[in-house]
Design a protein around this ligand. Structure first.
Ligand code: SER
Length: 545
């Protein structure tokens, strides 16, 4: 039974028994300056207990039922356990000089054990034991007995537990009887018989009243048979959102720090999908994501020093603004479509970056027949096409196989190794384009390189050229290449043989070749330009003179 069904059942149950349904009052009380926040359903009804207001005039009857937004700062330190909250919803039925203990207890028991079919085995109750000012509540004890509860199921407790004091410093009050389910207090039935004055003395009220309050979250926990309120349907989707957000932000931080940037392909697509899913969550603000990404870095930086907060945040921010623009255009397109299939969904993805999950989330009924497997198949088809296309254009980024081109190709390997030594191991190649005239090389890196860094890379490459290192090719399995510390794209199928080119012990890359045999033939290496290519990606143009 969902919490919403519980809400409705409760209201209907008491409406059928002559209660007028009254909406919740505000959390900030209108005309009760004695409390800062509304702590109970009875608060809006205080004047009807004292006789200051006439319930017949306002409700037509002397009994009401409500679901009250309530707030308990007194429970703040218990929040996080299985049953305490600051804000909660209180189901309550109220009588102002109308029915009293008998009806109140019988109905409560009927609602719990008959209407909701909670086994009496799971329940026990408590009543007021009595003290010097107020006698023991024998009447409630006897009513519970008549309903079949054994003596040991009726606990007697003192003022602390079973006496409702007035909200604020004066007001109606009286003994209570409480229903516990699985050891948790769920329903409090207050029998207002007294008025407590500011000096704490009690005088009997002219008319007796009933004020009950039952925590919806705790009731849902009992009915849904879960062990904490956070597992009830009242929290479920919120908790799920937080979990997805946690996972995706953690994964995002690690991917970006290892050089992945969002794109529509391969690793970049995985990252884009995670990031955009979180960005698209209705409940989540960009600032929340940023904070979480920072927290991830803080949490794991000790063990994973490669986590790079600046890089993570700048990649996130750029992707976020791209996404905002894309989603507006995408939504307009989506509106025009009547039904979504894998092909149209892929088009939305390709043109606007709306990922599968997002489309599924926002398209509602239009996406009823859309499934992940079909989309994946469509996605794969396009990936293969684009891979073949780029493979045809230039092998290993080479425009041709002229002698100069081959020299540039080897220089590119030297440069990547130098970049990784100088800027850090997180640097990875993002693309290259080599012609007989120059080398163009893209790599993951958040900051602009300083002139010193550029000089260091140049010097290191030239040093390795001077050392006239041998260039060697070996064939091995992908796993062996990985074990040998080769850089490159590990996207091939398991067990596939790959070529690994080593330049002395300075560089080792998975690569199809071709390369020169000794670095000495390369001449003088010079970086002529270093610029941004896209978010988190820098582009270098270099020459061999
Ligand atoms: N006023 C009581 C409580 O808040 C019953 O509604 O527990």
């Amino acid at each position: 039974m969902t919490a919403n069904e519980l809400r409705n059942k409760f209201l209907e149950f008491f409406e059928k028994r002559g209660h007028k349904i009254v909406p919740s009052s505000s959390l900030v009380p209108d005309d009760d300056s004695s409390v800062l926040l509304t702590t109970a359903g009875m608060q809006q009804f205080k004047p009807y207990y004292t006789g200051a207001k006439d319930p017949i005039k306002d409700f037509g009857v002397r009994r009401t039922v409500s679901i009250q937004k309530s707030f308990r700062t007194s429970d703040i330190n218990s929040v996080g356990d299985e049953s305490h909250l600051t804000f909660f919803e209180m189901l309550g039925n109220f009588s102002f000089g109308d029915y009293f203990k008998e009806n109140a207890i019988e109905w409560a028991w009927e609602f719990i054990t008959k209407e909701l079919k909670i086994s009496p085995e799971r329940c026990y109750v408590s009543i007021f034991a009595g003290d010097t000012d107020v006698p023991e509540d024998k009447e409630s004890f006897n009513i519970w007995k008549s309903l079949g509860l054994s003596d040991y199921k009726i606990k007697k407790c003192g003022r602390e537990d079973n006496f409702w004091g007035p909200t604020g410093n004066e007001g109606p009050c009286g003994p209570t009887t409480e229903i516990y389910i699985d050891g948790v207090e769920v329903w409090n039935l207050v029998f207002n018989e007294y008025y407590q004055h500011p000096d704490k003395t009690l005088t009997p009220l002219k008319q007796k009243g009933v004020d009950t309050g039952m925590g919806l979250e705790r009731l849902a926990k009992a009915v849904q048979n879960v062990s904490t309120i956070f597992e009830t349907d009242l929290f479920k989707s919120l908790v799920e959102t937080s979990r997805i957000m946690l996972d995706h932000c953690r994964a995002t931080s690690f991917l970006i720090s290892d050089g992945v940037t969002p794109s529509n392909k391969e690793q970049g697509y995985i990252l884009r999908r995670l990031m955009r899913r979180v960005m698209a969550m209705k409940e989540v603000e960009s600032a929340d994501i940023e904070n979480l990404l920072k927290r991830v870095v803080k949490e794991y930086k000790n063990f994973y020093p490669e986590l790079n907060e600046d890089l993570i945040l700048s990649v996130f921010n750029e992707e976020n603004s791209k996404f905002k623009k894309a989603i507006q255009q995408g939504l307009r397109e989506l509106d025009k479509l009547e039904k979504l299939d894998a092909v149209s969904t892929f088009k939305l993805f390709e043109s606007y970056g709306l990922t599968f999950d997002i489309i599924k989330d926002i398209a509602g009924a239009k996406a009823a027949n859309l499934n992940q497997a079909d989309f994946d198949a469509e996605f794969k088809k396009h990936q293969e096409l684009s891979r073949t296309a780029s493979a045809g254009m230039f092998k290993g980024g080479l425009a041709d196989a002229s002698e100069t081109t081959i020299k540039y190709h080897t220089a590119a390997h030297l440069m990547l190794a130098a970049l990784r030594q100088i800027l850090g191991e997180q640097i990875s190649q993002k693309g290259s384009n080599i012609t007989p005239e120059r080398l163009r090389f893209d790599f993951s890196c958040n900051q602009k390189m300083t002139p010193e860094e550029i000089k260091q890379v140049e010097d290191m490459v030239n040093e390795k050229i001077k050392e006239d290192l041998p260039v060697k090719m070996e064939e091995m399995s992908l796993e062996e290449a990985r074990a040998a510390g080769a850089t490159g794209v590990f996207e091939s199928k398991y067990g596939e043989r790959v070529k690994v080119y080593s330049i002395g012990s300075f560089s080792r890359e998975i690569c199809g070749g071709p390369h020169v045999e000794h670095t000495g033939v390369l001449g003088k290496f010079k970086i002529v330009k270093e610029e941004s290519s896209s978010a988190g990606i820098r582009r270098i143009k270099a020459l061999l003179e």
